[in-house]
Design a protein around this ligand. Structure first.
Ligand code: BV8
Length: 248
């Protein structure tokens, strides 16, 4: 089977022989499952951008509007399934001795594809958090009723269990992402525009610590200049191909 991706042989050998491998994903990995990306042309809702709604200020100002946006995304997400890129990343977990998947995505598709060693940096759209008691619960209701949804324990308001712009990440989750990034021998960054911090700094941090950095994207990004191999193409075809050629 001919190779569809152009990656230097010595890099293939280094990946094949690695034990500590990290993958960082963004919205692009879910695009082939039908999930709109944030900065693509399909990323708007009622002419709002994610940055307008995914903030504590927007929620304080109009919790119903923010919940309508999440309800719209959850309703769109509910029938969707992981794609070949998600499954290839799930397979890497058993292929490498120490594989961690760090994702910026909140859609839950990596878990659905079987990834267990997973760090969801920005939370998960299928979980709510009580504003009064901090209770985090799974909620798969589609559509949500009532809007905004209420805590099943105390009846107070709940918010999406998601990290908004201007909010700090959960310190334990951030520590886990930073620790595994620093240990990585190979760092695969797929489907992200590398714009959102602190996720966008992880690839550079891995490189500084000696990792080989591989980028998978349909177009160049701000980090394309510093990676060891930039594999241009859709993650749904490049990731399974990468997994295949390292074991040839
Ligand atoms: C924080 C949940 C401390 C919401 C999200 C410097 C340092 C620290 C912070 C900042 C900083 N500068 C600015 C900040 C603030 C801010 C930030 O980064 N702003 C950006 C806009 C500049 N960061 C924060 O607020 C973070 N908090 O750092 O705490 C702090 C606190 C206060 C003040 C300062 C610091 C919290 C950020 C978390 C925000 N929450 N998600 C929700 O989803 O509802 S981020 C959101 O964007 C999503 O999680 C998404 O994943 C993420 C990043 O976007 P991408 O995943 O990259 O998606 P995008 O559409 O942009 O790109 C898709 C890519 O895929 C493209 O490159 C495309 O070419 C490619 N693609 C498309 N199809 C395919 C494909 N690739 C492969 N195959 C395909 N088929």
């Amino acid at each position: 089977m001919e190779r569809n991706i152009n990656i230097p042989k010595e890099i293939v050998r280094s990946i094949a022989g690695a034990t500590r491998v990290i993958a960082l994903t963004g919205a692009g990995v879910s695009a082939e499952s039908g999930v709109p990306t944030f900065r693509g042309e399909d990323g708007l809702w009622r002419n709002y951008r994610a940055e307008d709604l995914a903030t504590p200020e927007a929620f304080r100002r109009d919790p119903k509007l923010v919940w309508e946006w999440y309800d719209w995304r959850r309703t769109l997400l509910a029938p969707l399934a992981p794609n070949a890129g998600h499954f290839a990343l799930a397979e890497m977990e058993s292929r490498f001795d120490d594989f961690t998947l760090i994702t910026q995505n909140v859609d839950g598709l990596h878990r659905m594809a079987g990834s267990a060693n997973l760090v969801e940096m920005h939370g998960n759209i299928w979980y709510t958090r009580c504003l009064r008691e901090g209770d985090v619960r799974e909620n798969r209701d589609v559509p949500l009723a009532p809007l905004p949804p209420l805590c099943t324990r105390c009846g107070g308001m709940v918010r999406p269990h998601i990290v908004w712009f201007g909010e700090s990440l959960d310190p334990d989750i951030l520590d886990r992402a930073l620790f595994s990034t620093r240990q990585a021998q190979v760092f695969i960054v797929a489907g992200t525009s590398a714009m959102v911090q602190p996720a966008a700094s992880l690839a550079g941090m891995a490189k500084q610590n000696g990792a080989i950095v591989i980028e998978v994207n349909v177009e160049p990004t701000p980090i394309s200049g510093m990676v060891d191999a930039s594999l241009q193409g859709s993650s749904g075809s490049v990731l399974p191909e990468l997994l295949r050629i390292i074991d040839v």
